[in-house]
Ligand binder design. Sequence first.
Ligand SMILES: [Zn+2]
Length: 332
Amino acid sequence: MIARALFLKGLGAAATIATGGIDVWDPLSPQIRVLVAYDTRGETPQVAADGTFSFGGKRWRGAPSTVGMPDGKMALVTTIDVDLYLQGVVPLESPPTWPAAALQAQAIVARTFALARRTLSRAWDVRADESDQRWGGVEAEHPAATAAIQASRGRTLLYGGGPAQVFYSSCCGGHTADSAAVWNGVPLPYLHGVDDPYCAPAPEYRWSRTVPLERAVAAFGSRTGGTLTGTALTDPDPTGRPRGVALLGTTVATIPVADFRRALGNDVVRSLWLRAVRIDATQAAPRLVIEGSGRGHGVGLCQWGARFFASTGASAAEIVAFYFPGTSLTNG
Ligand SMILES: [Zn+2]
């Protein structure tokens, strides 16, 4: 999921939609509009009698419609109960083998995320890809995730009378990130970051990667005079995450950590929490060594933390209250 610091608040259309001849409107599972494809390239969805339709080599749920876009493209949007949509979202985020409470927490957060995106300013509320939440359609569904969605039916996180602006990432590295520090967004009290004692057993709680120094020079050399001889981490935010990487060549350039990560790739720089960046010249080919904590942006729900917190017996309500302090959970 790629985060957005600001959302448009809006109202979802509350019409009853007939799917496969069955009215699926459920007041506990409001409908959302999901953009399956911005450009159908002339393909027509094939609607089946069971309420699914085929498009792009996959099966999807909901009532599909094509929408003409200002640039002349035809988009495919499906209108669907949010929980039917979540059935193809939750299994892609939290492995179905995880404890039920962790899956339920993921369902609550993904449901809140989707409902907070409802808007009248576009022909859709959420995209089906990772720019919002990845939706894998029918093939991605799993009974354990579906059970967690049903067990948490209607439950969302509220703040200030509306849906909370929630985020999640794989592993926070021991302290969730402050959304305002990461995205320069409006500070939200429930996204300041909390100390997380639960995710320490996660596979990428601590990580280290190396890249050839020449790759780093290629990426940043234009700002350091064509060489790279020293590094330092700078300007830690309130959670301890450095905001910048100072690179020394014939001049010094300080690169925001998000730009540093983008330049070297998410596969190398696993998170925004860097612990060390140093040059290793002991090898025949010098390398840049990068060490850090966690995986992903670190804001909001820590998925691995939720998994291990659930293993201690915590409920989904306790998990979301821990990661989003000050929000309230609707009863469903
Ligand atoms: Zn964590």
